[in-house]
Design a binder for this molecule. Structure first.
Ligand code: BGC
Length: 362
């Protein structure tokens, strides 16, 4: 029951915040993502009622690209507890660490298929390997739910064309990038253009460039500034592979080389936490002489947003995504089936609404 109310709270919060924010630029470019808690959740609820006893015997294999990833740790923990709340047995849920190596993950999938699983949930190491993974899993007659790292359009088209039991659950990263940029735009150019050169002098810290989340966040965060009519000046653009330590080292270098930096965009919060360490070490103060945004709404990042240590972040709703992934798995097991794309909305998190998001995450 508690979970049910959290889902409702999440949906209501997202809806009210999005309404409050107005429609973001990315929303227009999104191919009508479905609210994650709508169709899939409704069918899964009906399905669980009719198969309640059965789920406890169903075997679920879960492949995570890398256990040490902060965001995917939140995601997988919630996924496991939600699967259990739906009636799966904890003993029948096996979650494995791909250690950021596609070869390792491909072997793990082979092992799952050999040992026998009823459904697979996969966070691919390389989204570009999805076609190979899909072929293996479909050939074995096992339904497949991809999460977090979206395969490309050609791959998704194959699922629909062949009517395969394969879907993707995730958010549109363009929206998160746009929201990062909008958080900066909302401050006003006068405040952000600290050196008064008429441009926003920024540093970009990217996640794994193979990942569409990194590509789109990099592009759309800056696009939100130029869409607002602002001029931008990229001082540095580095790859931090989603990792805090790399974010810290890269931003330390960037600030030393470019003391005129006004904004640091990080593709995720882990790297933003590293950036914050570097900003502190450089004797700079967020909100006064530099601005910093991330994505995910990790607990530590929300604390920083609340006390002004980060300008803002974007809530990457792991609750909604993990629940939708589990619901989609149930829908395959019961024969209800799924759409081939199950979306979810991001939510901006700034000082104004951070308490609501903290309350939601408990
Ligand atoms: C998250 C990152 C995470 C990545 C893993 C992204 O959606 O924002 O924090 O490292 O997914 O694929």
């Amino acid at each position: 029951m508690k979970k049910f109310f959290r889902i409702m709270a999440s949906t209501v919060l997202a809806a009210s915040m999005l309404a409050g924010c107005g429609s973001s630029g990315a929303a227009a470019t999104t191919e009508s993502p479905k609210p994650a808690e709508s169709a899939a959740a409704a069918t899964a609820e009906a399905a669980t009622e009719s198969t309640d006893g059965d789920l406890s015997t169903k075997k679920v294999g879960v492949c995570i690209y890398q256990f040490s990833d902060n965001f995917m740790t939140l995601f997988r923990n919630e996924l496991e507890s939600y699967l259990v709340s739906l009636g799966f047995s904890k003993d029948n849920i096996t979650i494995v660490d791909g250690a950021n190596d596609q070869g390792t993950q491909t072997n793990q999938i082979t092992n799952f298929l050999t040992q026998g699983v009823d459904v697979l949930i996969v966070n691919p190491v390389n989204s570009s390997s999805a076609a190979t993974l899909t072929d293996m899993v479909v050939d074995a007659g096992v339904p497949l739910v991809y999460i977090n790292r979206e395969p490309d359009a050609d791959e998704e088209a194959r699922w629909a064309d062949n009517n395969w039991d394969v879907t993707y659950v995730g958010c549109d990263a363009r929206q998160s990038g746009t929201m990062q940029g909008e958080i900066i735009v909302d401050l006003g150019l006068e405040k952000v253009d600290l050196n008064g050169n008429g441009k926003v002098d920024y540093v970009m810290i990217e996640g794994d460039p193979e990942n569409v989340d990194a590509q789109y966040r990099t592009e759309f965060s800056v696009k939100a500034l130029t869409d607002a009519g602002w001029e931008v000046n990229e001082l540095d653009d580095q790859v931090g592979m989603w990792q805090q330590e790399q974010g810290q080292a890269l931003v330390a270098n960037a600030l030393a080389a470019h003391p005129e930096t006004e904004v640091v965009f990080c593709n995720n919060d882990a790297m933003a936490l590293g950036a914050k360490q570097a900003i502190d070490a450089a004797g700079r103060t967020v909100g006064e002489d530099i601005f910093l945004v991330g994505v995910d709404a990790l607990t530590e990042a929300l604390e920083l947003v609340a006390n002004g240590g980060m300008t803002g972040t974007v809530f990457n709703d792991h609750l909604s995504q993990s629940h939708s992934a589990a619901d989609a798995a149930v829908n395959y097991l019961t024969g209800a089936g799924n759409e081939h794309y199950i979306g979810c909305d991001y939510v901006k998190a700034t000082k104004d609404n951070v308490a609501d998001i903290q309350a939601l995450l408990g």
